[in-house]
Design a protein around this ligand. Structure first.
Ligand code: HEM
Length: 141
């Protein structure tokens, strides 16, 4: 559960990432496909070369979803309901992959926030990614 301190840290750092918002999703996905190549099997129809147009464009969609979750931290479940159906019923993404993507986002966040990225911020985003992954994979149960 996100504490009020976690929420403040997420919202403050997310705002700071503003100028990089268009590229952090693509960077996280590029890391995902490079570090965990098995994740590429979900995207056979994409050009998965690093930072390709497909990867960047998809990254922007993912970040947009995270952005709406961050704007509605009290109602992540409702905010991502459609995506939950999509990932469970249509895409059938194995939930383990959400953990892998979260790892990649942590590295990208750290790379943009620099020295500001500390243990408390890591913890706050870790909880956020857990909440998002829970929502996106709960329809499996
Ligand atoms: C599609 C968000 C994790 C596989 C999408 C879309 C969004 C999204 C917004 C586009 C939906 C649309 O076009 O209507 C997220 C978020 C994630 C996440 C917020 C976790 C933080 C994952 C993971 C995988 C995955 C871990 C698999 C490794 C896919 C696939 C599509 C998709 C295959 C369809 C791509 C296409 O054909 O356009 N996701 N996703 N997602 N996602 Fe996720």
């Amino acid at each position: 559960v996100l504490s009020s301190e976690d929420r403040q840290l997420i919202q403050a750092t997310w705002t700071k990432l503003g100028p990089h918002m268009d590229k952090i999703g693509g960077e996280a996905l590029t890391r995902l496909f490079c570090t965990f190549p098995q994740t590429k099997t979900y995207f056979p129809h994409f050009d998965l070369s690093p930072n390709s147009k497909d990867v960047q464009h998809h990254g922007q969609k993912v970040v947009k979803a995270l952005d709406s979750a961050i704007k509605h931290l009290d109602n992540i479940r409702g905010t991502l309901a459609d995506l939950s159906d999509l990932h469970a019923y249509n895409l059938r993404v194995d939930p383990v992959n959400f953990k892998l993507l979260a790892k990649c986002f942590h590295v990208v966040l750290a790379s943009h926030l620099g020295g500001e990225f500390n243990a408390s911020i890591y913890l706050a985003y870790d909880k956020l990614f857990h909440c998002v992954a829970d929502v996106l994979s709960e329809k499996y149960r």
